[in-house]
Design a protein around this ligand. Structure first.
Ligand code: PLP
Length: 416
């Protein structure tokens, strides 16, 4: 990639060695875009060519529902009522004290008495929360386990922490925890296990029994190692559940736990970058863990989470955008796909369908779908071959317009 700019003050180099001038690890990360982003960019180019309404873009987990009206109202009130120098100034690195108190009160009031304000660290969304947490917990050579399919950025975040991400297979088709596979994956290097329930991309929500059994296994392994195996719960979809499904709160099951929360999806504000880390107050060596989180946030240059957003979400805890739209989309799209002969498990949460590819290669299926202007993400990047992810945080109108395309795609496989 060339900037195209002439450099009148440049030095002429002869034997330049690439490794000498930049960090190759980051060059690779910067150049290899995620499959999801690639498909999204392809979709944008295609929309410019054939018209937005003719492309059925199911690629990105960007909420299509606007934030609740209270979000704008609260931001307006803050802007009108607060001293602008304070409101737009730096907060404490871990977040404004009043905000952390509000978050702690919310957690204790809804899930059990687990935290004080000094257990909370405000972040730029769940991505920052996870990378800070893994950097805080891991040393070089450690292993971080997670259940496949999983959010692909976990491997980037684990790598940043000097650790290796180990994907543990789940029960085929249903994607619940496979406890034998978990037992086989645990080792003396296991430092942490990340769970993501409701899950991106499978939509699975772990039951209380599953979480309980997982924690019993982790407790036994911690005992064996003589140190904690940390349980990190990535929860951007906590409120996005359907049919009254409960999402167990890990702190009720396991002391050495950290919750990474985000308001991106619940309030439909992913571009605003706001979330938090909650460290269980009962965790082993709590003070060191929290200090390491502050240290990792500092080393990664986060300084503090956006001040205006911190104060806004503190007043909106528990509020969500209109998630009934996702519930309706889930039902409609599941019915359409089943009607076409595709193999779909009804998800309990989040806003994705993980659909079995009718041919062994999900990449080939995704490529063929593009021919019908359907953008479906191949699941290999999520650590699970043979599936595509369909994000249904899209307009109901687009879902209706996509029906003939799904039917033609299914017919091309002889499913109809
Ligand atoms: N974790 C999971 C499972 C996600 O799906 C996402 C975003 O899609 C994130 C973390 C990052 O979310 P945020 O916008 O809060 O950084």
């Amino acid at each position: 990639m060339r900037s195209g700019l002439a450099n009148p003050v440049g030095t002429c180099y002869n034997n330049i060695v690439k490794a000498d001038i930049v960090n190759d690890k980051y060059v690779r990360l910067g150049k290899v875009r995620s499959v999801i982003r690639d498909l999204f960019e392809y979709g944008n180019a295609r929309k410019a060519q054939i018209g937005e309404e003719n492309v059925f873009d199911f690629s990105l987990g960007n909420p299509n529902v606007p934030p609740p009206a209270e979000f704008d109202a609260v931001v307006g009130e803050l802007l009108a009522a607060c001293d602008p120098v304070t409101l737009h100034g730096y907060t404490s690195a871990q977040g404004a004290a009043s905000v952390r108190q509000a978050v702690a009160d919310y957690i204790n009031g809804n899930f059990g008495d687990h935290v004080t304000a000094d257990c909370i660290y405000m972040t730029c969304g769940a991505a920052a929360a996870i990378v800070i947490t893994l950097c805080a917990l891991c040393n070089d050579g450690d292993e971080v386990l997670t259940f496949a399919p999983y959010f692909p950025e976990y491997s980037v975040f684990a790598g940043q922490a000097g650790a290796k991400l180990v994907a543990v297979p789940t029960v085929p088709g249903a994607f619940g925890i496979d406890f034998d596979a978990l037992a086989a994956a645990l080792s003396e290097r296991t430092k942490a296990v990340i769970i993501n329930s409701p899950n991106n991309p499978a939509g699975v929500v772990y039951s209380a029994e599953e979480v309980s059994k997982l924690c019993a296994i982790l407790r036994a392994h911690s005992q064996k190692l003589g140190r904690p195996v940390w349980l990190v719960s990535d929860e951007p979809y906590r409120e996005l559940v359907y049919g009254g499904v409960e999402v167990p709160y890990v702190m009720n099951y396991y002391a050495d736990s950290v919750v990474c929360y985000s308001f991106s999806k619940s309030l439909s504000v992913p571009g605003e970058r706001i979330g938090y880390i909650a460290v269980n107050g009962a965790a082993a060596r709590f003070e060191d863990v929290y200090a390491a989180i502050c240290g990792a946030g500092r080393a990664l240059g986060y300084v503090c989470a956006p001040s205006l957003l911190q104060h806004a979400v503190a007043r909106l805890l528990g509020r969500t955008s209109d998630i009934s739209v996702y519930a309706a989309n889930r039902d409609r799209l599941t019915a359409i796909l089943r009607g076409c002969g595709f193999d779909v498990v009804t998800p309990d949460g989040a806003f994705y369908l993980f659909v079995r590819s009718p041919e062994p290669s999900a990449a080939a299926f995704s490529e063929r779908a593009k021919g019908y202007e359907l953008l479906l993400v191949p699941g290999d990047g999520f650590g699970c071959e043979g599936y595509v992810r369909i994000a249904y945080c899209v307009s109901p109108q687009m879902i209706e317009r996509s029906v003939p395309a799904f039917r033609a795609l299914a017919a091309s496989y002889g499913l109809l």
